[in-house]
Every structure is written in structure tokens, then in C-alpha cells.
Design a protein around this ligand. Structure first.
Ligand code: SAM
Length: 231
């Protein structure tokens, strides 16, 4: 049996590449985006009532991780990338049908557009359904997951003298909390767990239209080197 799904909208996100996106929603509250709804859902009727709701579940397609051959086991980054686990015990992106789900904050509701924060979604992600977060049903006291019992440990993020003014200037230009976005995302330590960073190696990622570059002066410290516009 096969079903066809059709996106109800596309996410326009601060994240322009997969690298350095937090591994789950809510880890970077400054990560913002807009869900642009597609016809026929781009009319006010489809979002009526959402103004009463603080968070929504997004069901989406991992459109940049779709695969033909199903995997039974995956190597989640959370386990260091070298231990495999049954696909259904993880939130890995490589999964049957390529469906992801994230609970995100609803910052605003407009006909045809939902303003979001706390996202972990790549720019261009197709969303296949939206559902309200229902606190009494979705928040389970006493629930456990022994592989992911707490949020990942954050590491220190320092700024070089030049980088912080650059980030503040771009934040003003973009009208976005860019300093917080950089700090929150880099504190998740985007580098693969198996990679020991050489202090001279420069890492980079694009948030919005700026390229952020950093080094690891120590294994658990990030120093932001520059934040420059890249078109
Ligand atoms: N919260 C979702 C879930 O549990 O289904 C996603 C979890 S997944 C581990 C998060 C990662 O998905 C991010 O770090 C990012 O690199 C990746 N990602 C986000 N959007 C994607 C997309 N459209 N295609 C492929 N990978 C994506």
C-alpha cells in the first residue's frame, strides 16, 4: 500500500545548511523561521484558532536526507556516531519515509504564514502537517529515555574582539537575534563527536546570509573568529 503526501508549506529558516543545526527543537530559542503555507492552506481559514496556541508540532520531510534503501540500524550523533541503534529508537534523519517531527514555538500567525522559533529545520524543509501542542497529553511526567535523558552538555562560546561587533551589526540589519543564535547553536558543539579539533582548524557555517567562522582553542571551547555577510 502506498500513500502520497503533499506539503502544506515550506519552511524559510535561519539554517542554510545541515551543519550546526541543533539536534532537536527548543535547544536554540533564537533559531527562527517562517512557515509559508501553500494553496489551499495559504488562506486565513486554515490557521484560524492558532493564535490561542503557543507551540505546534510540525511533521516534515527530511528532504535532504531521503534514501531509497531503508536502514534498520543507524548511528546517532548523540551516541558519538560510532554506536549503532535500531532506527526506531532514534530521531535520526535517515529513516523510513523520511518523516521528522519537531515541536516549535508559534511566535505569530498571519494568513498564509506562521512565524516560528526554536526550530531545528533546514531552509526549504517541506512540512506535511501541523498540529497543536496539547500540554495535558504531550507532556508526560515520569517519562524516560535512558539514551537521551537530558539535553546535551553545552560548551563555552567566546567571541574574538572583532566578531561580536560584526554579529551585532548584522543582527540589527537582519532584525534577528543573531548573537544569541550563534551562541546557542555553537554551544551545542556542531562538530562530529569523533572529530578531535586541531586548534588551528577553522570551522564555518551559514546562518541567514552571514558566514560564521570559529576555532576550538581547547576541545570544549569555541572562539568565534568572524561573522561576515555572504551573498
Ligand atoms: N526534531 C526532528 C525529529 O526528531 O524528527 C529532527 C531531529 S534530527 C536529529 C535534527 C537534524 O536534522 C538537524 O540537526 C539537521 O541537521 C537535520 N535536518 C533538519 N532539517 C532537515 C531536512 N529538511 N533534511 C535533512 N536534514 C535535516
Amino acid at each position: 500500500m502506498q500513500h502520497t503526501v503533499t506539503p502544506v508549506g515550506i519552511v524559510r529558516s535561519c539554517f542554510k545548511e545541515k551543519f550546526a543545526i541543533p539536534r532537536q527543537p527548543q535547544l536554540a530559542p533564537a533559531a527562527r523561521g517562517v512557515l509559508e503555507l501553500l494553496p489551499p492552506f495559504d488562506q486565513g481559514d486554515a490557521v484560524e484558532g492558532l493564535e490561542q496556541i503557543s507551540h505546534v508540532w510540525l511533521l516534515f520531510l527530511f528532504h535532504q536526507a531521503l534514501e531509497d534503501k531503508p536502514r534498520l540500524k543507524v548511528r546517532p550523533p548523540r551516541l558519538g556516531g560510532n554506536k549503532s541503534m535500531g532506527v526506531f529508537a532514534t530521531r535520526a534523519t535517515h529513516r523510513p519515509n523520511g518523516i521528522g517531527q519537531s515541536v516549535v514555538r508559534l511566535e505569530g500567525v498571519e494568513p498564509g504564514r506562521l512565524l516560528l522559533s526554536g526550530i531545528d529545520l533546514l531552509d526549504g524543509t517541506p512540512v506535511i502537517d501541523i498540529k497543536p501542542y496539547v500540554p495535558y497529553a504531550d507532556s508526560i511526567s515520569g517519562a524516560s529515555n535512558l539514551m537521551a535523558s537530558a539535553a546535551p552538555q553545552a560548551i563555552a562560546v567566546q567571541w574574538s574582539d572583532g566578531a561580536l561587533p560584526q554579529a551585532k551589526a548584522h543582527a540589527l540589519r537582519l532584525g534577528e537575534p543573531l548573537v544569541e543564535l550563534i551562541e546557542q547553536c555553537l554551544a551545542q558543539d556542531p562538530r562530529p563527536a569523533y572529530q578531535v579539533p586541531a586548534p588551528e582548524r577553522v570551522y564555518g557555517v551559514k546562518f541567514w546570509d552571514v558566514q560564521v567562522r570559529w576555532q576550538y582553542p581547547q576541545a570544549d571551547v569555541i572562539r568565534v573568529l568572524e561573522v561576515v555577510r555572504e551573498t
